[in-house]
Design a protein around this ligand. Structure first.
Ligand code: DGL
Length: 274
Protein backbone atom coordinates (compact mmCIF):
# COMPACT_ATOMS: atom_id res chain seq x y z
CA UNK A 1 0.00 0.00 0.00
CA UNK A 2 1.10 3.51 -0.69
CA UNK A 3 1.74 5.87 2.21
CA UNK A 4 0.12 8.91 0.70
CA UNK A 5 -2.58 11.21 2.01
CA UNK A 6 -5.90 9.42 2.03
CA UNK A 7 -8.98 10.94 0.42
CA UNK A 8 -11.97 10.39 2.67
CA UNK A 9 -15.51 10.80 1.36
CA UNK A 10 -18.07 11.88 3.95
CA UNK A 11 -21.74 11.56 3.14
CA UNK A 12 -24.77 13.05 4.87
CA UNK A 13 -28.33 14.04 4.04
CA UNK A 14 -27.33 17.67 4.52
CA UNK A 15 -25.37 19.83 6.93
CA UNK A 16 -25.50 17.70 10.09
CA UNK A 17 -22.75 15.35 8.93
CA UNK A 18 -20.38 18.30 9.27
CA UNK A 19 -20.31 17.41 12.99
CA UNK A 20 -18.73 14.10 11.93
CA UNK A 21 -16.36 15.91 9.54
CA UNK A 22 -15.38 18.22 12.42
CA UNK A 23 -14.50 15.21 14.60
CA UNK A 24 -12.56 13.66 11.68
CA UNK A 25 -10.59 16.85 11.07
CA UNK A 26 -9.58 17.00 14.72
CA UNK A 27 -8.38 13.40 14.75
CA UNK A 28 -7.11 12.96 11.18
CA UNK A 29 -5.94 16.33 9.86
CA UNK A 30 -3.47 14.84 7.36
CA UNK A 31 -6.12 13.77 4.86
CA UNK A 32 -8.16 15.21 2.03
CA UNK A 33 -11.91 15.31 2.55
CA UNK A 34 -14.80 15.31 0.12
CA UNK A 35 -18.11 16.09 1.83
CA UNK A 36 -21.40 15.37 0.08
CA UNK A 37 -24.55 16.94 1.56
CA UNK A 38 -27.77 15.85 -0.14
CA UNK A 39 -29.42 19.11 0.86
CA UNK A 40 -32.02 19.04 -1.94
CA UNK A 41 -33.47 15.78 -0.63
CA UNK A 42 -33.20 16.16 3.15
CA UNK A 43 -34.56 15.28 5.61
CA UNK A 44 -33.84 11.55 5.39
CA UNK A 45 -35.16 11.00 8.92
CA UNK A 46 -38.79 10.81 7.82
CA UNK A 47 -38.23 8.77 4.63
CA UNK A 48 -38.53 5.06 3.80
CA UNK A 49 -35.71 2.51 3.55
CA UNK A 50 -36.07 2.27 -0.24
CA UNK A 51 -35.75 6.02 -0.77
CA UNK A 52 -32.90 6.54 1.67
CA UNK A 53 -30.97 3.55 0.26
CA UNK A 54 -31.37 4.82 -3.32
CA UNK A 55 -30.25 8.35 -2.43
CA UNK A 56 -27.33 7.16 -0.33
CA UNK A 57 -26.03 4.75 -2.98
CA UNK A 58 -26.11 7.57 -5.57
CA UNK A 59 -24.10 9.81 -3.27
CA UNK A 60 -21.64 7.01 -2.49
CA UNK A 61 -21.05 6.47 -6.21
CA UNK A 62 -20.51 10.19 -6.69
CA UNK A 63 -17.87 10.30 -3.95
CA UNK A 64 -16.14 7.21 -5.32
CA UNK A 65 -16.10 8.75 -8.80
CA UNK A 66 -14.28 11.69 -7.21
CA UNK A 67 -11.57 9.37 -5.86
CA UNK A 68 -12.72 8.79 -2.29
CA UNK A 69 -10.72 5.84 -0.94
CA UNK A 70 -12.92 5.36 2.10
CA UNK A 71 -16.54 6.36 2.66
CA UNK A 72 -17.89 7.60 5.96
CA UNK A 73 -21.68 7.50 6.20
CA UNK A 74 -22.07 10.36 8.67
CA UNK A 75 -25.86 10.29 8.51
CA UNK A 76 -27.33 8.11 11.24
CA UNK A 77 -30.50 7.55 9.24
CA UNK A 78 -28.61 6.45 6.11
CA UNK A 79 -26.38 4.18 8.22
CA UNK A 80 -29.30 2.67 10.11
CA UNK A 81 -31.42 2.05 7.02
CA UNK A 82 -28.94 1.40 4.26
CA UNK A 83 -25.38 0.65 5.40
CA UNK A 84 -25.57 -2.89 3.98
CA UNK A 85 -26.86 -1.61 0.62
CA UNK A 86 -24.21 1.14 0.44
CA UNK A 87 -21.44 -1.30 1.37
CA UNK A 88 -22.62 -3.77 -1.30
CA UNK A 89 -22.72 -1.03 -3.95
CA UNK A 90 -19.37 0.56 -3.08
CA UNK A 91 -15.92 -0.51 -4.23
CA UNK A 92 -14.11 1.05 -1.28
CA UNK A 93 -14.47 0.43 2.49
CA UNK A 94 -17.50 2.02 4.13
CA UNK A 95 -17.74 3.11 7.78
CA UNK A 96 -21.12 3.99 9.33
CA UNK A 97 -21.93 5.72 12.59
CA UNK A 98 -24.07 3.09 14.37
CA UNK A 99 -21.44 0.44 15.23
CA UNK A 100 -18.88 2.97 16.58
CA UNK A 101 -21.64 4.61 18.65
CA UNK A 102 -22.78 1.26 20.06
CA UNK A 103 -19.19 0.28 20.84
CA UNK A 104 -18.56 3.54 22.70
CA UNK A 105 -21.82 3.03 24.64
CA UNK A 106 -20.73 -0.48 25.62
CA UNK A 107 -17.46 0.91 26.93
CA UNK A 108 -19.18 3.68 28.89
CA UNK A 109 -22.10 1.88 30.55
CA UNK A 110 -21.78 0.26 33.96
CA UNK A 111 -25.33 -1.03 34.40
CA UNK A 112 -25.87 -2.06 30.75
CA UNK A 113 -28.80 0.29 30.18
CA UNK A 114 -28.49 2.71 27.28
CA UNK A 115 -30.85 5.32 25.82
CA UNK A 116 -30.47 6.24 22.14
CA UNK A 117 -32.09 9.27 20.53
CA UNK A 118 -32.43 9.76 16.77
CA UNK A 119 -34.80 10.42 13.89
CA UNK A 120 -38.07 8.54 13.35
CA UNK A 121 -36.47 6.40 10.64
CA UNK A 122 -33.38 5.54 12.68
CA UNK A 123 -35.49 4.53 15.67
CA UNK A 124 -37.98 2.51 13.56
CA UNK A 125 -35.10 0.55 11.99
CA UNK A 126 -33.91 -0.53 15.49
CA UNK A 127 -30.37 -0.54 14.11
CA UNK A 128 -29.01 0.88 17.37
CA UNK A 129 -31.03 -1.53 19.51
CA UNK A 130 -29.70 -4.48 17.50
CA UNK A 131 -26.12 -3.21 17.76
CA UNK A 132 -26.49 -2.65 21.52
CA UNK A 133 -28.25 -5.96 22.18
CA UNK A 134 -25.48 -7.73 20.28
CA UNK A 135 -23.24 -6.33 23.04
CA UNK A 136 -25.58 -7.65 25.77
CA UNK A 137 -26.93 -4.18 26.58
CA UNK A 138 -30.54 -3.11 27.20
CA UNK A 139 -31.55 -0.33 24.87
CA UNK A 140 -34.34 2.22 24.86
CA UNK A 141 -34.69 4.10 21.55
CA UNK A 142 -36.53 7.40 21.35
CA UNK A 143 -37.34 9.41 18.22
CA UNK A 144 -36.89 13.17 18.72
CA UNK A 145 -38.06 14.62 15.39
CA UNK A 146 -38.36 18.21 16.63
CA UNK A 147 -34.69 18.49 17.51
CA UNK A 148 -33.34 18.59 13.92
CA UNK A 149 -35.34 21.70 12.87
CA UNK A 150 -34.56 23.41 16.19
CA UNK A 151 -30.82 22.90 15.65
CA UNK A 152 -31.08 24.10 12.04
CA UNK A 153 -32.85 27.20 13.36
CA UNK A 154 -29.76 27.80 15.49
CA UNK A 155 -31.72 27.30 18.73
CA UNK A 156 -29.06 25.13 20.33
CA UNK A 157 -29.28 26.89 23.67
CA UNK A 158 -32.88 28.06 23.60
CA UNK A 159 -35.44 27.52 26.38
CA UNK A 160 -37.88 26.04 23.85
CA UNK A 161 -35.31 23.44 22.78
CA UNK A 162 -34.56 22.67 26.41
CA UNK A 163 -38.27 22.14 27.14
CA UNK A 164 -38.63 19.88 24.10
CA UNK A 165 -35.54 17.89 25.14
CA UNK A 166 -36.90 17.54 28.70
CA UNK A 167 -40.13 16.03 27.38
CA UNK A 168 -38.40 13.59 25.02
CA UNK A 169 -35.75 12.53 27.52
CA UNK A 170 -38.26 12.34 30.37
CA UNK A 171 -40.09 9.73 28.30
CA UNK A 172 -36.91 7.98 27.19
CA UNK A 173 -35.56 7.67 30.73
CA UNK A 174 -38.98 6.60 32.12
CA UNK A 175 -40.50 3.11 32.60
CA UNK A 176 -37.62 0.96 33.71
CA UNK A 177 -34.88 3.17 32.23
CA UNK A 178 -34.57 5.67 35.11
CA UNK A 179 -31.17 4.23 35.88
CA UNK A 180 -29.82 4.16 32.29
CA UNK A 181 -26.32 5.62 32.49
CA UNK A 182 -25.52 6.33 28.82
CA UNK A 183 -27.24 8.54 26.25
CA UNK A 184 -26.18 7.93 22.64
CA UNK A 185 -26.59 10.89 20.28
CA UNK A 186 -27.85 8.93 17.26
CA UNK A 187 -28.30 11.87 14.91
CA UNK A 188 -25.83 14.19 13.23
CA UNK A 189 -27.46 17.31 14.66
CA UNK A 190 -27.40 16.39 18.32
CA UNK A 191 -23.69 17.04 19.10
CA UNK A 192 -24.57 20.74 18.87
CA UNK A 193 -27.01 20.19 21.73
CA UNK A 194 -24.48 18.51 24.02
CA UNK A 195 -24.26 21.35 26.59
CA UNK A 196 -28.06 21.62 26.75
CA UNK A 197 -28.51 17.83 26.99
CA UNK A 198 -25.98 17.67 29.85
CA UNK A 199 -28.32 19.98 31.78
CA UNK A 200 -31.34 17.79 31.02
CA UNK A 201 -30.09 14.24 31.75
CA UNK A 202 -29.23 12.95 35.26
CA UNK A 203 -25.70 13.90 36.33
CA UNK A 204 -24.41 10.30 36.21
CA UNK A 205 -25.31 9.87 32.51
CA UNK A 206 -22.43 9.72 30.01
CA UNK A 207 -23.24 11.27 26.64
CA UNK A 208 -21.82 9.29 23.73
CA UNK A 209 -21.31 11.35 20.62
CA UNK A 210 -21.38 8.97 17.66
CA UNK A 211 -19.50 11.59 15.59
CA UNK A 212 -16.44 11.27 17.85
CA UNK A 213 -16.66 7.47 18.08
CA UNK A 214 -16.89 7.28 14.29
CA UNK A 215 -13.77 9.43 13.84
CA UNK A 216 -11.85 6.94 16.03
CA UNK A 217 -13.21 4.01 13.97
CA UNK A 218 -12.11 5.76 10.75
CA UNK A 219 -8.61 6.38 12.16
CA UNK A 220 -8.30 2.67 13.00
CA UNK A 221 -9.56 1.70 9.56
CA UNK A 222 -7.11 4.03 7.81
CA UNK A 223 -4.22 2.63 9.75
CA UNK A 224 -5.11 -0.81 8.32
CA UNK A 225 -5.83 0.50 4.84
CA UNK A 226 -2.92 2.90 4.44
CA UNK A 227 -0.40 2.11 7.17
CA UNK A 228 1.49 5.27 7.97
CA UNK A 229 4.58 5.96 10.01
CA UNK A 230 4.41 7.53 13.46
CA UNK A 231 5.94 10.69 11.99
CA UNK A 232 3.16 10.93 9.41
CA UNK A 233 0.49 10.29 12.01
CA UNK A 234 1.87 13.06 14.16
CA UNK A 235 2.20 15.55 11.32
CA UNK A 236 -0.42 18.28 11.68
CA UNK A 237 -0.72 18.93 7.95
CA UNK A 238 -3.63 21.14 6.90
CA UNK A 239 -6.55 19.08 5.61
CA UNK A 240 -7.92 19.87 2.15
CA UNK A 241 -11.69 20.19 2.05
CA UNK A 242 -14.12 20.11 -0.84
CA UNK A 243 -17.88 20.22 -0.44
CA UNK A 244 -20.68 19.08 -2.73
CA UNK A 245 -24.30 20.10 -2.12
CA UNK A 246 -27.39 19.15 -4.11
CA UNK A 247 -29.23 22.36 -3.13
CA UNK A 248 -28.17 26.01 -2.82
CA UNK A 249 -24.43 26.59 -2.39
CA UNK A 250 -25.14 29.82 -0.54
CA UNK A 251 -27.37 28.04 2.01
CA UNK A 252 -24.77 25.32 2.46
CA UNK A 253 -22.12 27.94 3.26
CA UNK A 254 -24.42 29.67 5.75
CA UNK A 255 -25.58 26.58 7.65
CA UNK A 256 -22.29 24.77 7.17
CA UNK A 257 -20.50 27.40 9.21
CA UNK A 258 -22.83 26.61 12.14
CA UNK A 259 -22.12 22.87 12.10
CA UNK A 260 -18.43 22.91 11.20
CA UNK A 261 -17.42 25.93 13.23
CA UNK A 262 -15.59 27.55 10.32
CA UNK A 263 -16.34 28.56 6.78
CA UNK A 264 -16.96 26.08 3.97
CA UNK A 265 -15.32 27.85 1.04
CA UNK A 266 -15.01 25.31 -1.74
CA UNK A 267 -18.66 24.31 -2.28
CA UNK A 268 -19.86 22.94 -5.61
CA UNK A 269 -23.45 22.40 -6.63
CA UNK A 270 -24.27 18.86 -7.79
CA UNK A 271 -27.33 17.88 -9.77
CA UNK A 272 -27.98 14.17 -9.28
CA UNK A 273 -30.31 13.15 -12.06
CA UNK A 274 -32.93 10.69 -10.82
N1 DGL B 1 -28.53 13.35 9.09
C1 DGL B 1 -29.74 12.83 9.71
C2 DGL B 1 -29.36 11.81 10.78
O1 DGL B 1 -28.27 11.79 11.29
C3 DGL B 1 -30.58 13.94 10.33
C4 DGL B 1 -31.20 14.88 9.32
C5 DGL B 1 -32.18 14.20 8.37
O2 DGL B 1 -33.23 13.71 8.82
O3 DGL B 1 -31.87 14.16 7.18
O4 DGL B 1 -30.17 10.95 11.10
Amino acid sequence: MTMRRPTIGVFDSGFGGLTVLKALLELIPDADYLYFGDTARLPYGSKSVETVARYAVEAAHYLEAHSAQLLVIACNTATALALDRITAAAHVPVVGVVEPGAEAAAEATKNKKVVVIGTEATVSSHAYRKALEARQLNAREKACPLLVPLVEEGWVDHTVTEQVARIYLGQAFGDGFHDADVLVLGCTHYPLLKPLLHRVVPANVTIVDSAESTAHAVAAHLQELLPRSEAQLESRATPRLKFFATDSVEKFRRLGQRFLGHSTDDVQHVDLKE
